[in-house]
Ligand binder design. Structure first.
Ligand code: PMT
Length: 412
């Protein structure tokens, strides 16, 4: 998976002494797998839980534990001080797990080991994932330390509630590596090229009720819309994701609004879009809905069942109209899901709905469109530009679309 915000980044992973240190090895492995260079620093206590060799094996890089060990540059033969070199090189300092003791040191600027020295010396943003017993977490001293760090701009992820090392249940478990990785993306992207931008993205297939148990819907998994929302978040945007039901997990670092029907999606998008910088509609919105959904489950009869359908609101067209009145999103982008005459139909939608950009999506291809992780789209702009993109991951398609939206903002 190629995620642009992680490409060529260097993350310094600080591991402190808690049982959750084993999860830090999973985190180091995940980061390495997506192309991040991970420098690991263990406190002395952390080495009691997980051996440095584990981290060396998963990152294929040296692991650091000692403040007083000087390094020799193999090229120049010069000595360098690891905490200064590591502190300068990092794009992000991530401490996971962060014990109550380390939180206290960070809050008070105490530098008595390699990790806390790096924390004082680095200009990189700091992300911490606390893990401790619930009484330690709830203690006013810890809460004050966390508040101090948050005020200073440090991002804190977790802890979550669940089973703790002592056998008790409570708040204090380190967040799962997947969630920490998501937060790392958020923090790394904070000063990205979509910083200060407010964007709205729609995802998933709407459901139009037939009766309390049945509905009309389509094959959308939400993957394309979620990829767009996450890519915008990773580039620093404030994102509202309006999503019909999907099986995807709720993303961190953005606002998610759950809806079911086209009418609910329209209301949510209208509320979120009035002062948005862009709206991108990847949702597969039902074009028709049953006029009068039954209040009770429809019983099986001998005869066939006839449903009377009416058109749903065309959300995209309405938002583009509002934009012309100065009340809608500044840029309006749609998708065209087609099984024939791809470009002709997409161009017609672009013009009829008065969009800035449309992604023409041949949904009859096995490797593109609904449900799969890849997509192949042709981007048609209102100025007549046609850009046929090759097969890509949905994450990469999302970045291509945001690149075009950035250009549209620039050209006004
Ligand atoms: O979710 P995935 O499984 O990842 O699949 C991705 C996708 C195939 C759903 C996505 O790439 C895609 O093509 N989305 C648009 C699907 C669609 O509804 O296309 P359409 O050609 O019927 O509609 C054109 C545009 O108008 C779309 O941007 C749609 O969101 C919008 N629309 C449609 C109907 C309606 N009532 N209101 C709308 O705003």
């Amino acid at each position: 998976m190629s995620i642009r915000v992680l490409k060529d980044k260097r993350v310094l992973l600080g591991v402190t002494g808690g049982v959750a240190a084993y999860k830090a090895a999973i985190l180091a492995s995940r980061l390495t797998q997506v192309g991040v260079a991970v420098d690991v620093v263990l406190t002395e206590a952390a080495t009691r839980f997980v051996a440095p060799l584990t981290f060396q094996a998963v990152t294929q890089r040296p692991v650091y534990t000692d403040l007083f060990e000087l390094e020799v540059d193999p090229g120049s033969g010069e000595l360098s001080i690891p905490h200064i070199a590591l502190a300068k090189a990092a794009d992000l300092l991530l401490i996971a797990p962060a014990t109550g003791n380390t939180l206290a040191k960070l809050a008070h600027g105490i530098a008595d080991n390699l990790l806390t020295n790096i924390a004082l010396a680095t200009p990189a943003p700091l992300l911490i994932a606390p893990a401790m017993e619930s009484d330690m977490w709830a203690h006013p001293a810890t809460q004050t330390n966390v508040a101090t760090l948050t005020e200073r701009g440090v991002t804190v992820v977790g802890p979550t509630a669940g089973h703790l090392a002592s056998g008790a249940e409570g708040v204090g478990r380190m967040s799962e590596p997947a969630e920490i990785l998501e937060m790392a993306r958020v923090v790394l992207g904070q000063a990205g090229d979509l910083e200060q931008r407010r964007v709205v993205v729609s995802a998933g297939g709407t459901r139009e009720a037939i009766d309390p148990v049945r509905f009309i819907s389509n094959r959308s998994s939400g993957k394309m819309g979620y990829a767009l929302a996450l890519a915008a978040r990773d580039r620093g945007a404030q994102v509202t994701l309006v999503t019909a039901p999907t099986s995807l997990s709720d993303p961190v670092g953005l606002k998610t609004v759950q809806v079911e029907s086209a009418a609910q999606m329209r209301d949510a998008i209208l509320a979120a879009s009035s002062d948005a910088d862009a709206l991108v509609m990847a949702a597969a919105v039902s074009d028709y809905r049953p006029i009068e959904p039954a209040h009770q489950k429809i019983k099986k009869g001998e005869e066939g069942l006839t449903l009377q359908l009416s058109r749903t609101p065309d959300i995209l067209a309405e938002m583009a109209r509002l934009r012309e009145l100065g009340r809608g999103p500044k840029i309006v982008v749609g998708f065209a899901a087609e099984t024939q005459d791809l470009l002709v139909n997409a161009r017609d939608k672009l013009q009829r709905k008065r969009l800035d950009l449309i992604a023409a999506n041949d949904v009859s291809a096995a490797d593109a469109g609904f449900s799969v992780d890849t997509n192949r789209v042709t981007l048609l702009s209102a100025d007549g530009t046609v850009d046929a993109l090759p097969l890509m991951s949905k994450e990469e398609v999302a970045d291509e679309i945001w690149d075009r939206v950035c250009r549209l903002w620039e050209t006004g």
